[in-house]
Design a binder for this molecule. Sequence first.
Ligand code: GUN
Length: 279
Amino acid sequence: MYQIIDGKKISQEIKDEMREKAAALKEQGTERCLAVIQVGADPASSVYVRNKKKACEYVGIRSLSYELPEETREEELLGIIGELNGREDVNGILVQLPLPAHINEDRVLLSIAPEKDVDGFHPVSVGNLSIGRPGFLSCTPAGVIQLLKRSGISIEGKECVVLGRSNIVGKPMAMLLLRENGTVTVCHSRTKNLKEVTKRADILVVAVGRPKMVDESYVKDGAVVVDVGIHRNEENKLCGDVDFDSVAPKTSYITPVPGGVGPMTIAMLMANCVEGLSD
Ligand code: GUN
């Protein structure tokens, strides 16, 4: 019988821990403050941003909200980020992605001071992670590690397979599993004999961005399966990259969608804001 990894519960635990830490910091006279910038009104981004602000309120982090029109020029955005970089009362800066096509995402992410990069997207943050220096961790992969650890699943020495190689999830995920002493393989759309590779996994993290792509034929008996995907299907229901009904009976632990990895991203953002640079 498999166990469901409850991301809602674990993310709540983390937010509660951060709420206590933020309160203790406040008593010492330090208030955390996150600046959230959204350009345009993409509906999905608006939901994420609203949830981030709500989480800040719950944890006790001050949030500054910049809702900029779609036609905002890149220079204007860079100007705002520059100003926030220099403000001592702001310790986190988050630019919601995606940005409108006329704005260069790379230049924008590079302009955020690495010591305020609570999303962990700056090349300095990514570089620090890859060579084991303290720095901000990308929230979703950091959340996956917390899901595993807090469910009592050890990573050390395990065959860990990451399906997907994006900069935001796949690559940092591989680095974090490596840091936890996993034996890590990254596979992707060009991988030959993909199922042979994924079937080696004791821990399989799926972040390919294709609804229900992974069925039971990709999974070894007793594996731990973590599903980072989130999609809406034809019936407007949420589903992941993993075909849960087919895969779950084969696993020892599995994350559901919704209620698995999703809520962890914001919880880890809160942790980055409250704890600052971590190692
Ligand atoms: N867009 C989708 N997910 C994220 C995220 O985690 N951070 C930011 N900044 N934008 C996103």
